[in-house]
Design a protein around this ligand. Structure first.
Ligand SMILES: NC(=O)C1=CN([C@@H]2O[C@H](COP(=O)(O)OP(=O)(O)OC[C@H]3O[C@@H](n4cnc5c(N)ncnc54)[C@H](O)[C@@H]3O)[C@@H](O)[C@H]2O)[C@@H](O)CC1
Ligand SMILES: [K+]
Length: 505
């Protein structure tokens, strides 16, 4: 798991640590880590310098230097690279400059130009092998002002490898929100702990590959605000099929989905549950959906239901909502499911019903809600643009107000439960924004809930494997190929076994 802390907590930890260290020691640690990652990039040839030598000697390095300590980090890192023979140019963009850092760079042979000094900054950026963005770190607020915005644009377009110091300038550290121009980094070297904005789009997408440099902050940091699960975590959360397990021990999800009119959602949701490792799936719906599910998934045990689930048989968890409609019948059946003491996942039409029946959420058993921004906005009585603009804030609020584990779908899927760090899903592809993809996710999480996983673990594991299956389906059988193709929700179902296999690797 990767843990992230908001700015306030980072600052508190830095203060506590700095009180025990000589003046400037922390900045030198950060700069040493940053210089070491940059030297590695230059050595590997990734940053454009090829031929004999260590890649650092003779390399053209440009520092974009802001007025705060982020600029100080960049200047001290530049000093280290200059001492190893790099030709380092600092572009001074702030209203002031870290004096110690600038003096250190100059003493190592580096030079400095003002951001407003004609076309010299642009020429330096164009000729660079590597650029360090030291304009703004955790002190950044709102959209980039000039000349930062223009420099961010030039640097992001340059052929040089662009390395962000702590976080890309223009990305909000706590939320990942970008307002206006921002640095689009290849690599971000972040200090002490990850920042939530590095996990969540658009911040995550601006950060590129994120490297964490340990500056000794760990013991001083309080609880994390967000975390990013890794394959090993997901492996622990998915109920593993033990050799001795029989189909009942692995858990039986009940899927209440589809209607006379809408059948596809039901087929996909059952598919997610079957491929999620459910020993057996019970499916309850109107006759037409039942017929189609029987045809696609003969392994599901089906029941035609009208206004009661009494004949469905024993299940360990419920998935309710995809394609079930929003009429009175749907409301009655959803009410019956939520009145049980079983874990219940509510999605799609089920969420629409909940907007008028929030009282149904007053239960003590685990509930997982899987809305997209529009559905969450309706549940919270706000509008979708607000949710999209501040995803972390809204998913946290929803978990508190709705008494549920809330998985907010989107370009970065985020999952909240009261009093826990938000889990951010690291997998996925824009190709997953296709009809029916969410239905697959609901069934998959339902399989994990039925298998005994805690609600937040089931949701996080489901999001991870679903995103990975989407990526694998879009990439096709060519390993390592960057080319992606459009996919259908059924392709995601079919790629789930391959996604599971990566966990074992
Ligand atoms: N505090 C510490 O102990 C350490 C801090 N470190 C570095 O220090 C950074 C934080 O330094 P600071 O607190 O000085 O903050 P920053 O360097 O992030 O930026 C602060 C300055 O930027 C200006 N600014 C804010 N938003 C702006 C915008 N949108 N456009 C233009 N200018 C804007 C502010 O007016 C202020 O002058 C960290 O990100 C990290 O890189 C590291 O050296 C490790 C140790
Ligand atoms: K930066």
């Amino acid at each position: 798991m990767r843990y992230a802390h908001e700015v306030e907590k980072v600052r508190a930890a830095e203060r506590a640590l700095m009180a025990r260290l000589p003046e400037g020691a922390l900045m030198r640690r950060a700069a040493a880590g940053l210089a070491s990652v940059c030297a590695g990039l230059l050595r590997s040839g990734r940053a454009g310098v090829t031929g004999p030598g260590d890649g650092v000697y003779g390399a053209e390095v440009v520092l974009l230097v802001g007025s705060g300590d982020n600029g100080g980090d960049a200047l001290y890192a530049g000093e280290r690279l200059a001492r190893r023979g790099a030709r380092v140019t600092a572009i001074l963009a702030g209203s002031k400059t870290h004096e110690g850092g600038l003096a250190a760079l100059r003493s190592a042979g580096g030079r400095a130009v003002e951001a407003g000094d004609g076309d010299r900054p642009v020429r330096a950026i164009e000729a660079a092998d590597l650029i360090i963005d030291g304009m703004l770190g955790i002190g950044g607020r709102g959209g980039l002002r000039e000349p930062y915005a223009t420099l961010a644009g030039h640097a992001s377009c340059a052929i040089a490898t662009l390395v962000a110091c702590d976080l890309p300038s223009g990305v909000d550290a706590d939320t990942g929100v970008v307002s206006g121009a921002a640095v689009h980094a290849d690599v971000t070297v972040t200090f002490g702990t990850y920042k939530p904005g590095l996990f969540v789009d658009p911040g995550a997408e601006h950060a590129g590959v994120v490297e964490l440099v340990d500056i000794g902050l760990g013991p001083y940091l309080s609880d994390p605000d967000a975390c990013l699960p890794q394959a090993a975590d997901v492996d622990l959360w998915t109920p593993q099929a033990q050799r001795e397990s029989n189909k009942y021990r692995r858990g039986v999800p009940g899927v209440l989905a589809g209607s006379e009119t809408f059948t596809g959602a039901a087929v996909l949701s059952v598919g997610g549950a079957v491929r999620g490792g459910a020993g057996m799936v019970r499916f309850a719906s109107a006759r037409h959906s039942v017929e189609l599910v029987r045809h696609h998934w003969p392994e599901a045990v089906t029941s035609v239901v009208e206004d009661s689930l009494s004949g469905v048989g024993r299940v360990n968890a419920w998935v309710a909502g995809p394609g079930m409609g929003t009429d009175e019948r749907a409301e009655t059946l959803l009410g019956e499911v939520l009145a049980t003491d079983l874990p219940v996942l509510v999605d799609a039409d089920g969420l629409t019903v909940l907007t008028r029946r929030r009282d149904l959420l007053g239960r003590s058993a685990p509930t997982v809600l899987t809305p997209h921004a529009g559905e969450l906005a309706r549940l919270l009585g706000t509008d979708a643009d607000q949710v999209e603009a501040r995803r972390l804030e809204h998913v946290r609020r929803a978990a508190e107000e709705l008494n549920a584990t809330v998985l907010l779908k989107g370009s970065t899927t985020v999952i909240a439960e009261a009093d826990r760090p938000v889990r951010v899903n690291p997998t996925g592809t824009p190709r997953l924004a296709t009809a029916g993809s969410g239905d697959v996710l609901s069934g998959l999480i339902g399989a994990f809930l039925a298998g005994g996983a805690a609600a937040i673990d089931a949701a996080a594991a489901g999001a991870y494997l679903h995103g990975l299956a989407g990526r694998l389906a879009a990439a096709g059988p060519e390993p390592g190929s960057d080319a992606e193709a459009p996919i259908s929700a059924q392709d995601v179902v079919d790629a789930l076994p391959a996604a599971f296999r990566t966990l074992a690797g």
